[in-house]
Ligand binder design. Structure first.
Ligand code: PMT
Length: 232
């Protein structure tokens, strides 16, 4: 298949960050710009894939050549991914999905009170889109056999970013996990990224050493596209 190693393949890519509304003017969000997910979509289109792109609040226009669906909240993103994943060969979950949402939506703007107090906001869990899909595909042949998750991690004194990534790979059950370190000055919103690709030990072909890639988000994306082309 020459320079189009993913010709004939359909891949779903998510990008951006979900927003969970609290009232008509406020939401809980995160700092994802959608640049990394957009770069992955571009690299896959360049490699010949048909890309179904599910985007949440991108800071720039979606890449050319993708089939675009927009979603705002985690619940909407899940519905869009479920629909797009049917019959697809691969899925890349680069979106930053809120783990929690406000338990209740206030139909009018929450007002300050005269007593100087502040409201307590109750949160409930959002669905884990990736883990749910991995679980569902056990009984379904029409869901992607190759699922690439992302992990935004910050290391601390007890464990490194890679150790947290390993634990997450095991928990989520996807084939590949792209672990990027995030913080005030790295990851979100920037044009550069540094990532480690971790592979599931029981993946076809046996255990595989992690691969490190640092450079532009396009460099990280091309590495992901290469790995997917090798696996599909
Ligand atoms: O968009 P940019 O500004 O370019 O920044 C890129 C990025 C840092 C957002 C991106 O590279 C990245 O790391 N995305 C995933 C961020 C994230 O949400 O990580 P997580 O550790 O919370 O989630 C792990 C995986 O589970 C991710 O694939 C995520 O899409 C998925 N997930 C998470 C929560 C949830 N409720 N459902 C999910 O499917």
């Amino acid at each position: 298949r020459g320079d189009k190693p993913l010709a004939g393949r359909t891949i779903v890519v998510t990008a951006g960050g979900t927003r969970e509304p609290l009232d008509p003017v406020r939401y809980l969000g995160n700092r994802s710009s959608g640049k990394q997910g957009s770069a992955v979509a571009r690299a896959l289109v360049d490699a010949g894939a048909r890309v179904r792109f599910v985007a949440a609040h991108l800071s720039q226009p979606a890449p050319e050549g993708v089939e675009l669906t927009e979603a705002s909240t985690a619940v909407e993103l899940q519905a869009a991914v479920r629909e797009a994943a049917r019959g697809a060969d691969g899925l890349v979950m680069a979106a930053a999905v809120a783990d929690f949402r406000p338990a209740a939506y206030n139909g009018s703007k929450i007002k300050k009170t005269d007593d100087g107090g502040a409201p307590a906001i109750e949160l409930v869990r959002n669905p884990d889109i990736l883990a749910d899909l991995v679980a569902e595909r056990r009984d379904r042949a029409d869901l992607p056999g190759l699922i690439v998750g992302f992990a935004a991690e910050t290391g601390d004194e007890t464990s490194s970013v890679e150790e947290y990534g390993r634990a997450k790979l095991a928990r989520k059950g996807c084939e590949v996990l792209v672990v990027n370190e995030v913080g005030e000055d790295k990851g979100f919103g920037r044009d550069e990224n540094a990532a480690t690709l971790l592979f599931r030990d029981d993946a076809p072909g046996g255990p595989r050493e992690p691969e490190h890639v640092a450079g532009s988000k396009d460099d990280v994306a091309r590495k992901i596209a290469d790995v997917m082309a090798g696996a599909l």
